[in-house]
Each structure stands twice: as C-alpha cells, then as structure tokens.
Write a protein that binds this ligand. Structure first.
Ligand code: ACO
Length: 434
C-alpha cells in the first residue's frame, strides 16, 4: 500500500554533470520524481507557480484521477460513500483509514457529540462583530480564537492530544457556523442538541427558535448530510495545503484550521458555490445564457463561468454528478421542482458542454455548480454556503494535519523562489535621488 522507489530514475544535467534522481511510485496515480536533493546536486531549484506539477507530501487519505473523474477516500468511491455511508462514518474513515466496526462507530459518534458545546466565553466574541459581517469572516476569527481557549492539553506531538483537538473541531464547527448565522439575523444562539444527528443538530441550531418546539426535517438533514460527505476532503487543494503549511510550523491546529477557512473563502475555491447562485440570479432567464457564455469566453472580460473548471478534474467532477442527480430529488421533495435556477443551471451546463471553448479546455461542472442550488432550496442563505463547505471540510483538514505530523519526513513548509528583483545596489540619500 505504501509508495516505493521504483527501478526508474530520471537524469538531470548534461554530459558528466548529470545527476540521477529516484522515481517514487504510489499505489495508483502518476509516479513522482524525488527531487529533494536537486539543489545540493545541481544548484538549481524547480519553478512551479501554483504547484501544478508538484507533489508536496505523501498521503494515504484521498485519491483523485482528474482525467477519469474519479474520487476515492481511503479507496472508497465518493459516489458509494454518498449513497451508503453517512457523514460521521465518512469522517471516521477519513481520519482513521478504515470503515468503523459498530462499537468503534458508536464510540466515535459519542466522542464527537460530547464536544459540541463551545466555551461560553466565546459568546462575547460574537457580540464584537457587526451584524452584517460575512459568516466566513466570523468563522476565521472564532475558530482561530479556539486556540486561546483550548491550549493546555495541546502538545501537537502527542497523538492523544491531537485526537481531542480533532474531536473538538469536528464537533464545534457546526455550532460556530450556526452561531455566525444566528448572530447575523439577530436571533438567540441555540445550544447544540446531542439527541439529534450531526446534520439535524446543525439545522436545529440554524433554524430552531427557543419559543417553538423543533420539528425534525429528515429530507433536509439527509440532503445536508450528503453535501457534507461530498465536501469532506479533496487532497492537497489550496485550503488543505494552507492547513498543512501552517501546521508544519507546530502552530495550534485551531489556528491552522482558521487559516484553512480563510483560504477556502476565495471565489476561486470554496466561495464559488455562493458565486454560482449569484451568477444564476444575474442570468435570470434561459434566453440570456448565450450572452453569459460569450462573456466567459471573452479574454477581455474577467467574467468566468462559476462552478465550471477545476485544477485537477479534466472530466465531470464526480461530486457534481451526485449533486446533479440529487438536485431534482431534493427540490421535488421540498416542493420546489420548478425552481428557475435549476432549469438555468441545467441548460447552461448542456450548452457549455457542447461548446468548443469548454470542450477544448476540458471545463466541466465542479462540486459548486449544483450544491448552491440545493442549499438555497433548503432555505440556507447564500452567505452561509461557504461556511457549510468549511464545516464539512474540517475533517479533511484535520486528517491531513494529523497525517503530516505523523510523517517522519515532514519538514516545515518553505518553498524557494526565482528572484527577479534588482541585484545588490547602494543606498542613495534622499537629496541625491533623481
Ligand atoms: N470560465 C471560463 N473560462 C475558464 C473557466 C471558467 N470557469 N475556468 C477556466 N477557464 C479557462 C481559462 O481562461 C484558461 O483559458 P486559456 O487557456 O485560454 O487562457 C483555461 O480555461 C485554463 O484555466 P486556468 O485558470 O489556467 O485553470 P486553473 O486550473 O488555474 O483554474 C479554477 C481552476 C480556479 C477552478 C478555474 O477553472 C476557475 O476559476 N473556475 C471558476 C471558479 C470555480 O468554480 N471554482 C471552484 C473550484 S472547485 C473548489 O474549489 C471546490
């Protein structure tokens, strides 16, 4: 199961100045050239902005074949997990590497459930924000602030301490996300209810009110649970790499996850689900689709088709496939089958996939294309979409953080650069500068 050095190697350099570099082989996927000794052997660095050809770590958690549109967590296809598993079971799988046995599952669910409340003092942090603050801004701050509350039992080299931090983060993130929402609408915070399942408890904390009994919403909680599963991990994307980079310095995991949330926020990453709904709203009617497609193709127009394209997938994102299938089902069950945004999205996808521009560049719908429509139909405000993504991705971040710390080859992340600024020069006093 682990990677090995193959018989293969790659030579770099000319004539008798050549150096040989081993090629490492994973379980599946492309081999990698081990260039750790490149600089000492040749005096050269590699240049790879955006890390498009760089494997930054070894990982056993998630595998993506972007050409085939395949996503595996610990070897299991995402479609199968979405259909047959639930979010907390998938969390266990991602964190520990195997599907849990019945007693392991119960212990894990109990462990997460027992950490759902946040320190009461954190309520005061919320009160410092403006009501209209974006929930992601609040999440970055409050999750980062957890490092000021939970630091005593936090030796990051101690697996037990890391486990407690993992439980805490997975358990408390829905509470924090729901509080961010409640604060924005001026409603009282609700304490978590440990008799409800993970998704149901989140819906309760979001939409429950103290003056009325909560009515469970199985259709919504099932759909939300599936959305959580689909967002749980995605190997070394921008936010996960951020968490690993911050964590590589030995920083608090709460600070590292806060940095991951900040990274996820951008519209090129997790913020795209919010951008998709805004875009569909702007398009408004099916007949305006060609106008927006023309804009997306125009190099002089910064507009991009949100929810389309992916750094790794050059085929249909399998998560988008699951969501596309469930969008109809969920909207029908909610009595919103005629939702115009869904019709626009489907038509937009159909036309784009037939268009040479999108075909040549292998641009397909990504996970964000349909998730926003489902979340909106569930009554979740647009501003909360990325917060929900962050909530679900927390398990992936924390699993990758744990894996990094356990890796004996782990080093502080520290890329190098190609310097293109001025060479050394002398300081010129102000009165002699022309
Ligand atoms: N609409 C129009 N054109 C696009 C789009 C798009 N959504 N995405 C890529 N392209 C074009 C680019 O203009 C470029 O064309 P060119 O070769 O003629 O210059 C080509 O496709 C390649 O694009 P890059 O930007 O080089 O691809 P990269 O891998 O760097 O970017 C990204 C990937 C950021 C996801 C990009 O496709 C994008 O901006 N998509 C829209 C935002 C989005 O949906 N983000 C969510 C990603 S999934 C996630 O984070 C969960």
């Amino acid at each position: 199961m682990t990677e090995s050095t193959t018989e293969k190697s790659v030579k770099i350099g000319r004539g008798n100045q050549q150096s040989e570099f081993p090629v490492l082989e994973g379980t599946i996927g492309p081999d990698v050239i081990d260039i750790r000794k490149l600089y000492s052997a040749t005096g050269h660095f590699t240049y790879d902005p955006g890390f498009t050809s760089t494997a930054s770590c070894r990982s056993k958690i998630t595998y993506i074949d972007g050409e085939a549109g395949l996503l595996l967590h610990r070897g299991y296809r995402i479609e199968e997990l979405a259909e047959r598993s639930n979010f907390l079971e998938t969390c266990y799988l991602i964190l520990f590497g195997e599907l849990p046995k019945a007693d392991e599952y119960k212990k894990f669910v109990d462990g997460v459930t027992n950490h759902t409340m946040i320190h009461d003092q954190i309520n005061y942090l919320f009160r410092g924000f403006r009501r209209d603050a974006h929930p992601m801004a609040v999440m970055v701050a409050v999750v980062g602030a957890l490092s000021a509350f939970y630091y005593e039992d936090l030796d990051t080299q101690d697996p037990k301490h890391r486990l407690i931090a993992s439980y805490r983060l997975i358990a408390k993130i829905p509470t924090i996300a729901a509080m961010a929402y409640k604060y924005s609408v001026g409603q009282p915070f609700l304490y978590p209810r440990n008799d409800l399942n993970y998704a149901e408890n989140f819906l309760y904390m979001m939409f429950g009110v103290p003056c009325e009994p909560w009515k469970e919403k199985p259709v919504l909680s099932k759909a939300l649970d599936t959305i959580f599963i689909l967002h749980a991990d995605h190997e070394q994307n921008a936010s996960t790499s951020t968490v690993r980079l911050v964590g590589s310095t030995g920083a608090s995991p709460y600070a590292a996850i806060s940095a991951g949330i900040a990274s996820l926020w951008g519209p090129a990453h997790g913020g795209a689900n919010e951008a998709v709904v805004n875009m569909l709203e702007e398009i408004g009617t099916v007949d305006r689709i060609p106008e927006f497609l023309a804009r997306a193709k125009d190099k002089d127009d910064p507009f991009r088709l949100m929810g389309f394209g992916h750094r790794v997938y050059k085929n249909y994102d399998p998560r988008a496939g699951v969501l596309k299938a469930s969008a109809d089902e969920v909207l029908d069950e909610l009595g919103k089958g005629g939702e115009p945004k869904l019709a626009i999205a489907r038509e937009l996808e159909r036309i784009a996939l037939e268009d040479a521009y999108f075909q040549e560049r292998k641009l397909f719908p990504n996970v964000d294309f349909y998730s926003g429509i489902i979340l909106e139909a569930m009554g979740i405000p647009t501003k909360m979409f990325t917060a929900i993504f962050a909530l679900a991705r927390t398990v992936g971040w924390i699993a990758q953080w744990n894996e990094m710390i356990e890796d004996p080859e782990q080093k502080i992340g520290r890329p190098r650069q190609l310097y293109t600024g001025p060479a050394e020069r002398s300081y010129v006093p102000l009165d002699r500068r022309g």
